[in-house]
Design a protein around this ligand. Structure first.
Ligand code: CP
Ligand code: NVA
Length: 300
């Protein structure tokens, strides 16, 4: 297969995404049955983390081990990247040694430069613009709980951030209707919004977005790198909190998702995230299975 990267969901066709999710479900079933794999035997994934992570780090590292390979954790604190070695040089060096690169960083442009100079697959483990690996897990979780998401109504409440952008891309590729409710001034990027056309609508009315929705999704109000804005955002975003009253507007069997980490009492109440409609733990666990399918797709 020609060199492929996964910088955003749009790097895969709708058919390929369906194949990855079906494979994720199969790999999860096999893991439970004790089936062992050597699909990535002797393959090595370099994982560059310029931001914190629990799920992404643990799921990628575990995924590589379970597929017979190995992962190396690289932090800017103890690599030359942190001392100013250009990302283009890092890409060329890592390409000579390992089989794939996963990077979590700030500017999406950096990720693109890394991919441009890399001769091995590059995976976006979260940038300021997108978080496509999380969407694989979210779509897998929906599929396991409810079947196809085609034609369903998904409500996004809160910030027009990296997760929101990936939901916008997903709406087009998985053919669902996304209703975004964001405060004025915190809407998603206009070009990304436009790219999904009629699949997405936007307002600043949380109730409008939530009414009759099949799935309600939210995320932190201040993303990594926006810590200084936390207090201001906390006030502005308050009406967008996902609480029991908001959930009651959605369909009776609506699900709740959140990529985590969550702040109970801010973007979601404890009652909702720890309640019966919440599938956040399945969603988090599926990071492992969907990324195993992605790694197999890109590296095997
Ligand atoms: N959802 C997610 O990506 O979690 P981490 O920041 O812990 O990796
Ligand atoms: N929007 C959040 C997602 C964390 C997984 C952030 O970028 O911090």
């Amino acid at each position: 297969m020609a060199l492929r990267h996964f910088l955003s969901l749009g790097d895969c066709s709708p058919q390929e995404l369906q194949i990855i999710i079906a494979r994720a479900i199969e790999l999860k079933r096999q893991l439970r049955k004790g089936v062992e794999h050597q699909i990535l035997k002797n393959k090595v994934l370099a994982m560059i983390f310029e931001k914190s992570s629990t799920r992404t780090r643990v799921s990628f590292e575990t995924a590589m081990v379970q597929l017979g390979g190995h992962a190396i954790f690289l932090s800017p604190d103890d690599t030359q990247l942190g001392r100013g070695e250009p990302v283009e040089d890092t890409a060329r060096v890592l390409s000579k040694m390992v089989d794939g690169i996963m990077i979590r960083t700030f500017e999406h442009a950096k990720l693109k430069s890394l991919a441009e100079y890399s001769t091995i697959p590059v995976i976006n483990g979260l940038s300021d613009s997108f978080h496509p690996c999380q969407l694989l897990a979210d779509m897998q979780t929906w599929h396991e709980q409810r079947g196809s998401i085609q034609g369903k109504a998904v409500a996004w409440l809160g910030d027009g951030n990296n997760m929101c952008h990936s939901y916008i891309t997903a709406a087009r590729l998985f053919d669902f209707n996304l209703r975004i409710a964001c405060p004025e001034g915190y809407q998603p990027d206009a070009a990304i919004l436009k790219s999904s056309g009629t699949h997405v609508s936007i307002s600043s009315d949380p109730e409008l977005a939530a009414r009759d929705a099949d799935l309600i999704v939210t995320d932190v109000w201040a993303s990594m790198g926006q810590e200084a804005e936390s207090d201001t955002r906390s006030e502005i975003f308050r009406p967008f909190q996902v609480n029991a009253a908001l959930m009651s507007l959605a369909k009776k069997d609506a699900l709740f998702m959140h990529c985590l980490p969550a702040h109970r009492g801010d973007e979601v109440t404890a009652e909702v995230i720890d309640g019966l409609q919440s599938v956040v733990w399945e969603e988090a666990g599926n990071r492992l299975h969907s990324q195993k399918a992605l790694l197999e797709f890109l590296l095997a």
